[in-house]
Design a protein around this ligand. Structure first.
Ligand code: UD1
Length: 365
């Protein structure tokens, strides 16, 4: 009996960490494959260290590329691994290119696929992640769902009920486990922000927001305007940084407190203490919901509606003026109150592993 767990990009690491631990406890034999989609120390290795994930058994070192090139290269390098190891199951998480590529390889070799974070839908096919979600779910045998909307979406798509397991959110398992440790981070002092003055925390990296130089300029200018009211801390994603420099946007960046990408604990500490978070990330919408911090999502849609229905998330769209107005409103208005979505209780990975253990250990016995 063997399970291959796959990770590739930064948001995968928080999701796989509790799963690997729970599999260890349950005695499920596993190997961890890193595709190498993210490779910088601060986008990858640092997370293994802070989240205490064992080093990958294998790194495919695919690196960056266009959508097709990267996906194809992951497939090319993952196929021999599956052929050689003949696992009983390949586990993929989230919605990045590594998720799709490895699910596709496994399914074509007749190996069962488990998708953690299945069923989320933005209904926006211009996002590469939406295509990755839809295709991965189509190929999966175990669909582990983090919020109720996912169950509904899969039902509408005709996925049989016995494949769908509503288990809660593994990313929140990780947050709850590391919240205390993050509170000891000295990142605020290191940024010169330990006076207690309010600050906004920003992340932007969606191609639709940062790949068009004019769009990026306008968003950075709006954030620069906000910086008149409160400090704007922006740990900048390599994609965004590269695009900003190529477009000559140094003056726009200079009005913000720009840092390199941060580790998990440092970023969690900043989120916990921020007056508001402005983001186009998926996972951050969920994390701010649990932390009770106002989140302004710079997108037209979200695949995570529970963060709006239960949590502190607001879709503000991608128009820079509207984003600025929403941020000023959040600054002066009452802090929204939220509640936790169902099963976001720190035990999602255990539920997943219980289901897998029942299935596979029983069969092996
Ligand atoms: C990927 C995911 C996205 C996720 C994001 C989190 C897909 C389609 N996108 O987007 O869903 O939200 O990760 O970060 O899978 N780069 C580096 N160092 C690295 C990795 C990337 O400098 O370690 C730079 C390269 O210039 C690269 C660019 O960032 O071309 C984009 O990386 P890529 O993995 O293609 O996509 P992300 O924008 O990171």
């Amino acid at each position: 009996m063997l399970i291959v767990n796959v990770v590739g990009a930064r948001p995968n690491f928080m999701k796989i960490a509790p799963v690997v631990k729970a599999m260890c406890r349950a005695g499920l034999p596993q190997v961890l494959v890193h595709t190498g989609q993210h490779y910088d120390e601060r986008m990858s290795h640092l997370f293994f260290e802070q989240l205490e994930i064992p080093a990958p058994d294998l790194n495919l070192e695919v690196g960056s590329g266009s959508q097709a090139l990267q996906t194809a290269e992951i497939m090319r390098r993952f196929e021999p691994v599956v052929v050689e190891r003949r696992p009983d199951l390949v586990v993929v998480v989230g919605d990045v290119n590594s998720t799709l590529a490895c699910a596709l390889v496994a399914a074509k070799l007749g190996i069962a696929v488990a998708h953690i974070e299945a069923g989320l839908r933005s209904f926006d096919r211009t996002m590469p992640e939406e295509i990755n979600r839809v295709v991965t779910d189509t190929l999966s045998d175990f669909l582990f769902v983090s919020e109720r909307s996912g169950v509904e979406n899969l039902r509408h798509e005709g996925v049989p009920d016995h494949k769908v397991h509503f288990v809660g959110n593994v990313m929140i398992d990780t947050l709850l486990r590391h919240r205390q440790a993050a509170a000891h981070s000295d990142i605020l002092r290191r940024l010169g922000m330990d006076s207690g003055a309010p600050f906004a925390l920003v992340t932007l990296h969606r191609p639709s927001n940062v790949d068009d130089p004019e769009k990026l300029r306008a968003l950075l200018r709006a954030l620069g305007e906000l910086a008149r009211d409160l400090a704007v801390v922006f740990p900048i994603h390599p994609r965004t940084h590269k695009n900003a420099l190529e477009a000559g946007l140094e003056p726009e960046l200079a009005r913000l407190l720009i840092t390199e990408p941060l580790g998990y604990l440092e970023f969690l500490h900043l989120m916990s203490n921020a007056k508001m978070v402005i983001t186009d990330s998926g996972g951050i919408q969920e994390e701010t919901t649990v932390l009770g911090v106002p989140c302004l999502t710079v997108r037209e849609n979200t695949e995570r509606p529970a963060t709006i229905e239960c949590g502190t998330n607001r879709l503000v769209g991608t128009d820079p003026t509207a984003m600025l107005a929403a941020a000023r409103q959040a600054l002066n208005g009452r802090r929204p109150s939220g509640r936790l979505p169902e099963l976001w209780d720190g035990h999602a990975a255990e539920r997943i592993v219980d289901i897998l253990a029942q299935q596979f250990l029983a069969k092996a016995a």
